[in-house]
Design a protein around this ligand. Structure first.
Ligand code: PBG
Length: 322
């Protein structure tokens, strides 16, 4: 008699940053996979990333490309972990050779939120007094808010969410701008004072979605990830990421987006703004969602023709002078 020997299925090793938000997101992914594949083992391995270690430097000065992902990517290439869970907006648009965006999960509300100091509870961003200090470390938020509210002041803020909120409560800022998604996932929805509408702030590319990165040739992991993918979110995010890839040319630039998917029709709106809040170029494109990436590229080209190229060149020149 011949016996069939089946080797036990391998344990899937999930890589994560150590921050509270990263862990919540990673455990959520682990939970979803366990539900779909109750017979499989999924374990979490944490790593600190460069971006977690340098909390004293303004992100806009160093550029944030790959800052939160590099260590995890090395872990995958060295076969120490099988995939990594990222906030999609922290994942660079170009991935290292051998790695791919294996899946995009369903998006939380992608908007930005205003978190107000107690003393301004009766106000909105439109009614904050002149000189009020808004905490943000994002050039995108800074540029758009300066454009709409030139009477407000802006100050960099770093650290994890709890640190930032403590600085706000201590009176270092009148308000902070933070992602709705992060606050919700950390169970701090009660701190959301006002959700900024797209007319005031277009969100970051990929904001509110999780992106899972894995080895390109790992069919088994790709199949597992497929079970927790959310295709409508993915299509929106592919369009957003392709727009950003076409616009960025190697520097951190203030780009905001908004996408809507109705049936098969994808609508992508984007702005490119100058950091001083003086210039803002905005346009929209609509097409079939199967053409998501092409729509992103096309809109990027339209924006460049309308002045975005000058804004990008200026930012590059500025960075070279520093
Ligand atoms: N830039 C940091 C960052 N990366 C991901 C989130 C949470 C929101 C998300 O998942 O898009 C945040 C915080 C913020 O922007 O307020």
């Amino acid at each position: 008699m011949t016996s069939t020997v089946t080797s036990p299925a391998r344990t899937i090793r999930i890589g994560s940053r150590k921050s509270q938000l990263a862990l919540i997101q990673t455990y959520w992914v682990q939970e979803q996979l366990k539900k779909h594949f109750p017979d499989r083992e999924f374990e979490v391995q944490t790593m600190s990333t460069h971006g977690d270690k340098i909390l004293d430097v303004a992100l806009s000065k160093i550029g944030d490309k790959g800052l939160f992902t590099k260590e995890l990517e090395l872990g995958m290439l060295r076969d120490e972990i099988d995939f990594a869970v990222h906030s999609l907006k922290d994942l660079p648009t170009r991935l290292p050779e051998g790695l791919v965006l294996g899946c995009v999960t369903e998006r939380e509300n992608p908007a930005d939120a205003l978190v107000m100091h107690q003393k301004h509870q009766d106000k909105q961003i439109e009614t904050l007094p002149e000189g009020s200090i808004i905490g943000t470390s994002s050039l995108r938020r800074l540029a758009q808010l300066r454009y709409h509210f030139p009477h407000l002041s802006f100050k960099d803020v770093r650290g994890n969410l709890n640190t930032r909120l403590a600085k706000l409560d201590a009176g270092d800022y009148d308000a902070l701008i933070l992602a709705v998604a992060g606050l919700k996932r950390l169970d701090m929805s009660d701190r959301i004072h006002q959700i900024l509408p797209p007319e005031i702030s277009l969100h970051a590319v990929g904001q509110g979605a999780l992106g899972i990165e894995c080895r390109e040739d790992d069919q088994e992991v790709l199949e597992l990830l497929n079970a927790i993918a959310h295709p409508p979110t993915a299509q929106r995010c592919y369009a957003e990421r392709s727009l950003l890839r076409e616009l960025e040319g190697g520097c951190q630039v203030p780009i905001g987006v908004d996408t809507q998917l109705e049936g098969d029709t994808l609508t992508l709106t984007a702005i490119v703004a100058s950091v001083d809040g003086q210039k803002l170029v905005k346009d929209t494109i609509q097409g079939d969602s199967s053409q998501a990436e092409n729509l992103g590229i096309e809109l990027a080209q339209k924006l460049k023709q309308q002045g975005a190229q000058e804004i990008l060149d200026e930012i590059l020149a500025q960075i070279e002078r520093e």
